[in-house]
Design a binder for this molecule. Structure first.
Ligand code: C5J
Length: 234
């Protein structure tokens, strides 16, 4: 049974984020094995994947609460068609290293749809009819039907989570902001391979009176989402 709807004010930076769970979607960005797990693309590029793994536990709790609240849940995955026809050559060669999108890796072809590494980590696996949105770019609105899905569902606010803070999370929040959606970014449910980019990325979102959106810890969001009686197990 979903929790009752109605406006909630989440203590946030730079000021309270007001939303109604009935018109709010949880967006979980790119929590894929290729980015988070040893042997994936992220680690092959020399990144410390433990920086992203710390996101899994708080995000798992947030996901469970949003499901219980009956909120729309959208998972995204960055990746490409097996023939790479949707991967711009500029993206394919970026980095100049030996490892490229589409190359074989320990978890299948890197960032290719249908491969093990491309899929979402087990702890955060989509359930039921949750939307899984495959995106070829960094932003979740680019070359996808995300905007249509949100508008058709009457969504006005987004709670944004996932990886990486300064790349796909940031790009998506900027895209959403320009389309008139209000975004709350949960700081402990986002992560970067570079802690300093995570910190400054969050500051950039909330600066100048919330130029792209709001930032809060997941606890502040969950406190307002779950009625006291439900939280107490009553
Ligand atoms: C990156 C992402 N960092 N999901 N992807 O390439 O942020």
């Amino acid at each position: 049974m979903p929790y009752p709807s109605g406006p909630r004010a989440v203590p946030a930076t730079p000021y309270a984020f007001t939303h109604d769970p009935a018109t709010t979607a949880l967006v979980v960005i790119d929590m894929q094995r290729d980015f988070l797990e040893p042997g994936g693309f992220g680690e092959m590029l020399g990144n410390d994947v433990s920086q992203l793994q710390r996101v899994v536990a708080p995000l798992s709790a947030t996901l469970a609460a949003c499901r219980a609240a009956g909120m729309l849940v959208i998972h995204t995955r960055e990746g490409h068609r097996p023939d790479l026809s949707d991967c711009p050559p500029a993206k394919l060669v970026r980095g100049g290293g030996d490892t490229r999108i589409g190359d074989p890796g320990p978890r299948g072809r890197i960032l290719v749809r249908g491969e093990e590494g491309h899929d979402i980590v087990d702890e955060l696996a989509p359930v039921g009819d949750e939307i899984v949105l495959d995106k070829p770019g960094k932003g979740a609105f680019y070359a996808t039907d995300l905007e249509a899905i949100l508008r058709n569902a009457g969504i006005r606010s987004l709670v944004v989570t996932g990886v990486t803070t300064e790349v796909c999370v940031h790009t998506t929040v900027r895209e959403a902001n320009d389309r008139g959606f209000e975004c709350l970014v949960l700081e402990d449910c986002c992560g970067s391979y570079f802690p300093e980019f995570h910190e400054v990325g969050l500051k950039m979102i909330a600066a100048q009176g919330g130029i792209f959106g709001w930032v809060a810890p997941s606890g502040a969001f969950l406190d307002g989402l779950v009625p006291a009686t439900a939280a107490a197990g009553a």
